[in-house]
Write a new protein. Structure first.
Length: 224
C-alpha cells in the first residue's frame, strides 16, 4: 500500500502528515494482477483483503479484514481521512455504511429496508461507535461482485440510498484494464456528490501533479 499510494499522497499535501499504511492481512496464494498495482512487480508476499471464487461471485474472509481495520482504527485513531486502493475499497464500502447515522444509532427492524442488511453486519462486527472520518478517497473503486453484496448494492440503488455523511473523492484511471470505468462510476451512484477525478493511466494511484489542484481545492475547507 505504501508503494502504491505514497507518491499520490505526497503530491496532494505540501504540509506534514502522519500517515498509516495498512496492507491486507492475508498472503495471497497466487500472483494475480487483479489485486495489485499494475505498475509494480509481483512479490512472494503479495497481500490480499479477502479471497474469492474464480468467477468473483463469492468473497471469503472479508469480515476478518473488517475486524482488522476496526481494531487498528480503535488502537491508532482517530484519523482525519481514509484512502482505499482497488480491493481495499470493499473495506471502505463497509466503513462508509458503518458510520451512517441510521446504522449506528437506530434499530432497523424492517428487512425490506436496504440498511437492515448492513446494520446486521454492524452489530456482528462493531464493538463500539466508529469516529467519523472527515473525508475518504477511493482509487479504482468497484461494485462488489459477491452475489450477496451485489444484491445489497442494487437494493440500495433501487431505494435511492445516498451516502452523504462523509465527503468522498473517486480517482479513476481511464485506461484501467482491471476495473472498467463503467463499474467504478456505477458504484458512485451510492455516493452523494463525489468529486470524480479521472487520470490518463490504468489501475494505479496517479503521480501526475496536475491532478492535485482540484483535489487540494476540494479538501481545503474540509481540513481547516
Amino acid at each position: 500500500m505504501n508503494t502504491v499510494c505514497y507518491d499520490f499522497i505526497e503530491y496532494l499535501f505540501s504540509y506534514s502528515l502522519y500517515l498509516d499504511f495498512l496492507d491486507g492481512p492475508f498472503v495471497h496464494p497466487k500472483k494475480e494482477s487483479s489485486i495489485e498495482n499494475e505498475n509494480e512487480e509481483s512479490t512472494e508476499d503479495q497481500r490480499t483483503w479477502y479471497f474469492y471464487e474464480k468467477d468473483y461471485s463469492k468473497y471469503y474472509q472479508w469480515k476478518d479484514s473488517i475486524k482488522y481495520v476496526l481494531e487498528y482504527c480503535k488502537k491508532e485513531g482517530p484519523f482525519d481521512g481514509i484512502l482505499a486502493f482497488s480491493q481495499g475499497n470493499l473495506l471502505l464500502h463497509f466503513l462508509l455504511f458503518f458510520t451512517h447515522p441510521q446504522i449506528s444509532s437506530l434499530s432497523i427492524e424492517d428487512e425490506a429496508n436496504p440498511l437492515y442488511f448492513m446494520q446486521q453486519i454492524y452489530k456482528e462486527l462493531v464493538a463500539e461507535p466508529i469516529p467519523l472520518f472527515k473525508f475518504c478517497i477511493l482509487i479504482s473503486n468497484f461494485v462488489p461482485s459477491d452475489e450477496t453484496l451485489n444484491a445489497h448494492f442494487n437494493k440500495c440503488i433501487q431505494h435511492s440510498i445516498k451516502l452523504q455523511h462523509i465527503p468522498c473523492i473517486a480517482v479513476i484511471g481511464s485506461k484501467d484494464q482491471i476495473i472498467p470505468n463503467e463499474n467504478s462510476l456505477e458504484y458512485l451512484q451510492l455516493i452523494q456528490n463525489p468529486l470524480v477525478v479521472i487520470h490518463e493511466g490504468g489501475h494505479f494511484a496517479p503521480r501526475a501533479k496536475e491532478l492535485a489542484a482540484p483535489i487540494q481545492k476540494w479538501l481545503q475547507p474540509i481540513l481547516q
